[in-house]
Design a protein around this ligand. Structure first.
Ligand code: NDP
Length: 293
């Protein structure tokens, strides 16, 4: 078994991003600028946004955070998004999910200008991705592609089984792995909670992408020997063992699956770090006008 080490891959790519951001600053007199909106005080969301902001500073981007209480109205939030859409100093805008129940996430996603949608959730970007046109690829699937690239893993002709069909991870991942590209060129099976014989399906995977949200869901008996295992899950449990007061677990039973796998991502230290790299790459591409001019 070999580790797909998110720390190694993300640091390597962030060094390249930092060099490009410095060149962009010299040429344009400004830094790539990412704006995040955070509503409420969900522990996970706080951590993710803080990490995104910290990584922006690290690579020489400007970052701004707008925080709102859970009581913010949908109209107030949409008005702020419209304002940021018009700000020519902003290259990327993300609204951290989940949102309180009284705010429609679809409306929020569609209000973000697709030319600043560096999370890649807007229907225009998803549609362009389907057609293999330049677009912002959703940050987590993009991060997974970058991880596979960093380790020179040839996915051509392999059977990729994706577990989970969310709009932000599972569904876009299935499309990307089936595209005529490398990474890609896979035969893809997309599975979910209504799939019959899930174990038999996953057992066929040369590559398994687990994006379910259930601790240790993928067990050793579900995995073909030599499979490549990508664990997207982030399951937080309170713990007295750690300084932060919680511990993270993936969707894969790492301890028992790893000995059977050829490659595997750990949690933490795997896909989560690469998601931030995907976001940074999208923000840089936006600043440079590489996707939409
Ligand atoms: P969602 O809850 O939106 O989707 C979960 C998917 O898993 C659904 O499609 C659901 O099926 C499927 N599922 C649930 N239970 C089963 C089951 N018993 N058998 C088969 N399929 C099942 O989650 P997300 O995609 O947003 O996130 C998945 C995980 O990834 C979470 O742990 C999340 O925290 C993590 N995550 C990590 C990121 C990172 O950067 N590492 C980024 C984003 C998410 P159905 O559609 O039928 O309900």
């Amino acid at each position: 078994m070999q580790l797909l080490d998110g720390k190694f891959a993300s640091e390597k790519i962030k060094t390249e991003i930092a060099a490009e951001a410095a060149a962009f600053l010299t040429q344009s007199g400004r830094k790539p600028h990412l704006v995040a909106i955070l509503v409420g005080n969900d522990g996970g969301s706080e951590t993710y946004v803080a990490s995104k902001m910290k990584n922006c500073e690290k690579v020489g981007f400007k970052s701004s955070l707008f925080r709102y209480d859970n009581s913010v109205t949908e109209a107030e939030l949409l008005a702020k998004i419209e304002e940021i859409n018009k700000d020519t100093d902003v290259d990327g805008l993300i609204v951290q999910l989940p949102l309180p129940k009284h705010i429609d996430p679809e409306k929020v996603t569609e209000t973000i200008d697709y030319r600043k949608d560096v999370d890649g959730f807007h229907p225009v970007n998803l549609g362009r991705m389907m057609r293999n046109l330049p677009c912002f690829i959703p940050a987590t699937p993009y991060g997974i592609l970058l991880m596979l690239q960093a380790y020179n893993i040839d996915t051509t002709g392999k059977h990729c089984v994706v577990v989970g069909r969310s709009n932000i991870v599972g569904s876009p991942m299935s499309i990307l792995m089936a595209r005529n590209a490398n990474p890609g060129n896979c035969t893809v099976t997309l599975t979910h909670s209504k799939t019959h014989n899930l174990k038999e399906m996953v057992l066929q995977g040369d590559i398994v992408v687990a994006a379910i949200g259930r601790k240790n869901f993928v067990t050793a008996d579900m995995v073909k020997p030599g499979a490549i295992i990508i664990d997207v899950g982030i399951n937080r449990e309170t713990s007295t063992e750690t300084k932060s007061g919680y511990k993270l677990f993936g969707d894969v039973d790492f301890e028992n699956v790893a000995p059977k796998a050829s490659w595997i991502t750990p949690v933490p230290g795997g896909v989560g770090l690469m998601t931030i790299v995907g976001l940074l790459k999208n923000t840089l591409a936006s600043a440079k006008g590489e996707i939409y001019s």
